[in-house]
Design a protein around this ligand. Sequence first.
Ligand SMILES: Nc1ncnc2c1ncn2[C@@H]1O[C@H](COP(=O)(O)OP(=O)(O)OP(=O)(O)O)[C@@H](O)[C@H]1O
Length: 579
Amino acid sequence: MLKGLVYLSGLNRNFLKHTWEIIREYWCSEEKWRAWGLLAVIVTLNLGHVYILVLINQWYNRFYNALQNFDKDEFFSALGEFSLLAGIFIIVAVYELYLQQMLEIKWRRWMTQNYLSSWLKNQTYYRLQLIDNNTDNPDQRISEDLRLFTNYTLRLALGLLKSVVTLGSFIAILWQLSGALTLPFGGQQLTIYGYMVWVAVLYAIIGTWLTHKIGKPLVKLNFNQQRYEADFRFSLVRLRENCESIAFYGGEAREGQSFMIRFGHVLDNFWKIMQRQKQLTWFTSGYGQIAIIFPILVAAPRYFAKEIQLGGLLQTASAFGKVQDALSFFVDSYPLLAEWKSVVDRLTGFIGNMHKVSEPPQPSAVMQTASVPVLAVTGLNINLPDGRRILTELNLSLTAGESLLVAGPSGSGKSTLLRTLSGLWPYAQGCITLPENGNFLFLPQKSYLPLGTLRDTLLYPGPKRQVSDEEITQAMSLCKLDWLKNHLDRIEDWSHVLSLGEQQRIAFVRALIHKPEWLFMDEATSALDEPTERVLYALLREQLPGTAMVSVGHRNTLNSYHQKKLTLDGAGNWRLLNL
Ligand SMILES: Nc1ncnc2c1ncn2[C@@H]1O[C@H](COP(=O)(O)OP(=O)(O)OP(=O)(O)O)[C@@H](O)[C@H]1O
C-alpha cells in the first residue's frame, strides 16, 4: 500500500480530479445500477479469490507436514482438499475475468456513444480542427483511448482492491507464522516481533521506490508514442484519399520522405521506450527472481532452529510471497499505471478541447430566426482566426425565390460568408436572421460522397421523406447522369469513381430530390462546361421556382442566373448590385 501512496503522491490532485470526472459520467449515468450490480458481483468474486488463496496457504502447512511425517492418509486427504479448492478457484477465476470484461465492454460502449455524440454535436468535429490544432487525431481518442481507459481503470482498481485484501489477510497470517526474531544489538538482545512482515514491507517499499525512479519517463514516452503512431497512420490514410492527385503530380518521393519523417518519430521514440523499458526490466525481473528465494532464506533460521516444520516453512514462504505480491502491485503494474496516466491526460485534453469549441468565441454573430421567409444579414463582420477582418458591416436580405451571386477574387471570403450563414464559422459578429423551420441545403464545391450504394450517396445525409427510385432516376436524367441510373444498388467509393463534374451533378440531383427552400452553392458548377452549367441552373429555376439561391462563383456566365450580385474585395469592402 505504502508503495501505492508513494506513487500516487506523484500524480497531482488535478489529475485525480480529471480522472474522477471521466469515470463519474458512466457510474452516475442511467446505466449505473446495472454497472454497480455487475461490479458488486466482480468484487465478491475478487474477495472469494483471496479467501481461497488463504485456504490454499493453510493447506500448504497441512500437505508438507504430511510429507515430512510420511503420513499417507493425511497426504491423500490433503490432496482431496486441494482438488476441491482448485476446482472452486478455477470457477472463480473464469467468471472473475469474464464478468470484468463484460463490465469493460458495457462501459466502453456507453463512453463511445457519449463521446461520439459530443464530437458530432454542434459541428464540434469541424470546429475542433478550425479552432484548436492541438487536438491531434480525435479518431484515436474515441477508438483507442476509450478502450484503454476502461480496460486499465478496471484492471488497476480491481487489482488494487485485491492487493489490499490480500495484504490484510496475509500480513495477519505472516505475523502469526513469523514469530519473534532475536538479534544481538550493541551487546544486548533485540527482539523483533512479526519480523517477516517487516522484511516483506521493506522489500516491497524499496522495490516500488526504485521502479518509480526508473519508470517515470515512460509516462511521457508512451504518450508520445501513441501520438506519433497516429500521425504516421494518418499520413498513410491521406495518401490513400488523395492518391490520384499525388499520382498526377508524381509526388511519391515527397510522400515517401514525409512518411519516413513521421515513421522516424515513431522509431526514435520507440528506441527511447526500449531503453527505458530495458532498465526497468533489468530491475523488475531481478526483483521478481529474488522474491522466489528471499522468503525461504528469511524463514530458514526458524526452520533450522526447529521452531517450525517443513509445512510451516513453505506456508511462510507462500504467505511472504502473497504479502510481497500485494505490496508489489504498483511495481508490477507500473507500466500500466504509466500508460493509464497518458490515456487520462489525452482524454482530458480532448474533452477540454471539445468543451472549448462548443462555445463560440465572444463576441460572435447572433443567429436568430424569423417567422417570415426572409434571410436578413445586418452589420455582419467576418474575421479570420488570427483576427484579420475580411468582411465589414455587411447588410443584405433575400426573400423566397430570389437569387444572389457572391463574387470576388480568390481568398476574398466568399466561402467563409457561406460558412458564417450556415453557423459553421465562429469568428463573426452581427446579426443573421434565418426563416424559422427553413429547409436549407448547402452544396460545397467538392461534394461529400459517403461510402455505400449510389442511392445512399444521392440521398445523403438521409431523406426527410420517402423517395421512390423513379423520382431519383428522373432527377438523374435531368442532371445528365443517365448512365448511372441502373447502378443505384452498387456499392463503391464513389468519390474515386466519378469525375469532379459528375460529382457536382450528383449534388444537383440531391438538390432536386431534397427540394430545399434555401439553396447555398459554393462553386457548385466550377468543374462543369458552360452549356451544362446553363442546363443545370435553368433546371433549378424550373423545378424549384420558390427556392432562394445563394451561389458563390467566379464565372461571369453565372450573372444571368441571378438577380443580385454581392462582390467582395477581401479587405472587408463589399458591393451589392441588382443584375
Ligand atoms: N480554417 C481556416 N483557418 C484560417 N484561415 C482560413 C480558414 N479557412 C479559410 N481561411 C482563410 O480565409 C480567407 C477566405 O477564404 P475563403 O475560402 O472564404 O475564400 P474564397 O473567396 O472562397 O476563395 P476561393 O475563391 O479561392 O474559393 C482566405 O485567406 C483563407 O486562407
